[in-house]
Design a protein around this ligand. Structure first.
Ligand code: XMP
Length: 515
């Protein structure tokens, strides 16, 4: 594995993904992790990520020189580059010259990092201070107008660093520089492939579950479908898939799971109708985090019940001990499980689990990013339509109704959501758009006119976003005629809605979902 040391900026995840795109496994660790603990993971290389803008910033994390005496090849990026410089005795100058955005870089092309690339290239910068003098033993291998030493290397000690961000797409040769470090600098081999991921996971799942029974929470979404299919491949009929219809699903979702999924995987499926239970638990609740906690709690309870029934129906003594969850790596990291980053929302499949949980979790996607999950799904033979479906949050439409969740409101939102999805698909936008939540502002009303009468209805918000991994997102520039079609149809076909508005906020600062 390659350790990506997270200094608290959002770049660590992107770096980790780029490393995997080079077919090398990566793992994010907090910068507070002691060096011995890092070494215990037997890393092939260590990458120090970006972070605060300056090593002189108050509270900026310090890197001890011992990290560079371990013999593990190390690559410092941006802040990591500066922290490395200081630790090794180079000079970081406190300049007033900042560089942000696209910057011209001149590289030394007989270096390890830049070999085979043009000497002049565009890179993405984001820094205040800059390295004015490389540490002893290092060779400066690139410069820009604002950064006299924009990259350096000590090929002998296998220590490398760059001031720019190789992980962002705006850096022309960024992925190439990263590959040069991984393959040439650190001697990593490209073994992280989908076939290997599937094999490795199947092996691990078998080991974890043994001959016990396991149930899988199918939600209709991509993650649980792929997680379930992986477990099915590993332990076959020891798995029973349980599909809880919590009443917070999209239109047609239950039918889809029953038809498509079972057809492909041959999984045993148990459908539980729990709408009543969820709606009464949610009655009167408006706080987003409370909703999430309630939904998470009820979900697990329903499963425990379903598990008992699965055992009873099979007439066997064996207990169901394991529960499959489609938790992804970003969920783990965002919930603070992978680094020092703040808990932004308690994703119900991580943060909100009840304390008295009766199952041991099987989380075969815990290390994967979304794009990897989709590729694994394809590798397992799931239909493209299922694998490329929009992500849908576990708490479902419950966190897309701003205000109390009621049956009537769900019905309204379900209709509006179905129209939006249908029109986006019809326009061929499914793969351009990451997802398009439709949000019902249930406590807001506005005046309108329809037919020959005044209306006093609710607005829905369209939130189409493009994203690579849901960590950051931009609002999608959906063509006006498609937006017009969606708006027309929703206001015509859903009586209670008299206004359709578009959310044009990126993430950050907005999250993708409204709650
Ligand atoms: P946010 O709103 O945090 O969402 O920008 C990022 C991605 O995660 C999805 N999401 C969830 N998925 N359980 C899930 O399985 C949850 O509780 C949850 N909350 C948000 C969201 O749809 C988006 O794709």
């Amino acid at each position: 594995t390659v350790l990506v040391v997270d200094f608290g900026a959002q770049y660590a995840q992107l770096i980790a993904r780029r490393v995997r795109e080079a077919h090398v496994h990566s793992e994010i660790v907090p910068s507070t992790m002691p060096v011995e603990e890092m070494l215990a993971k037997k890393p092939k290389a260590i990458i120090l990520s970006g972070g605060p803008s300056s090593v002189y910033a108050e509270g900026a994390p310090v890197v001890g020189a011992e990290l560079f005496e371990t013999g593990v090849p190390t690559f410092g990026i941006c802040y990591g580059f500066q922290a490395m410089t200081r630790a090794l005795g180079g000079t970081v100058a406190r300049t007033d010259l900042s560089e942000f955005g696209r910057t011209e870089l001149t590289a030394v092309t007989d270096s390890v990092l830049f070999q085979g690339m043009p000497a002049e290239q565009l890179v993405w910068m984001s820094h205040g201070d800059s390295v004015s003098e490389a540490p002893a033993g290092f060779r400066a291998v690139a410069s820009t107008a604002g950064a006299p030493v924009a990259a350096f290397e000590d090929a002998e000690r296998r220590l490398f660093g760059v001031q720019f961000h190789p992980e962002v797409l705006h850096t022309e040769h960024g992925q190439e520089v990263l590959r040069r470090f991984l393959y040439e600098g650190a001697g990593c081999r490209p073994t992280w492939t989908m076939v290997n991921i599937v094999e490795e996971q199947v092996e691990r799942i078998r080991e974890q579950i043994g001959d016990k029974r396991v149930i899988c929470a199918l939600s209709g979404g991509v993650d649980s479908a792929v997680a379930g299919a992986l477990v099915q491949r590993a332990v076959g009929d020891q798995l029973t898939c349980v599909f809880v219809d919590h009443g917070l699903l999209r239109k047609g979702e239950a039918e889809q799971v029953e038809k498509d999924y079972v057809a492909v995987t041959g999984a045993r499926l148990k459908v539980v109708d729990a709408e009543e239970r969820f709606l009464s638990a949610l009655a009167g609740v408006t706080d987003p985090e409370t909703k999430r906690k309630i939904i998470g709690r009820e979900f697990i309870r329903v499963f425990e019940q379903a598990a008992r029934e699965v055992v009873a129906e099979s007439g066997e003594e064996a207990e169901v001990e394991f529960l499959v969850q489609g938790t992804l790596y970003p969920d783990v990291v965002e919930s603070g499980g992978g680094s020092g980053t703040a808990n932004i929302k308690s994703h119900h499949n991580v943060g909100g689990l009840p304390d008295d949980l009766q199952f041991t979790l099987v989380e075969p996607l815990r290390e994967l990013f979304k794009d990897e999950v989709r590729k694994v799904g394809e590798e397992l033979g799931l239909p493209a339509e299922m694998v490329w479906r929009q992500p849908f949050p576990g708490p479902g439409l419950g966190i897309r109704i701003i205000g109390e969740v009621t049956r009537e409101r769900l019905e309204i939102l379900r209709e509006a959501d179905a129209i939006a999805r249908e029109e986006l698909s019809r326009a061929g936008l499914d793969r351009d758009i990451w997802q398009c939540p439709v949000v019902l502002l249930a406590d807001v009303r506005s005046v309108g006119v329809q037919g020959d009468g005044r209306t006093y209805g609710h607005p829905v918000v369209l939130r189409p976003v493009s994203s690579e991994d849901a960590m950051t997102a931009d609002w999608s520039r959906v063509p006006y005629d498609v937006l017009a079609k969606i708006s027309n149809r929703i206001t015509n076909e859903v009586r209670e809605i008299n206004r359709v508005v578009l959310d044009v906020t990126s993430k950050p600062p907005g999250t993708i979902e409204w709650e």
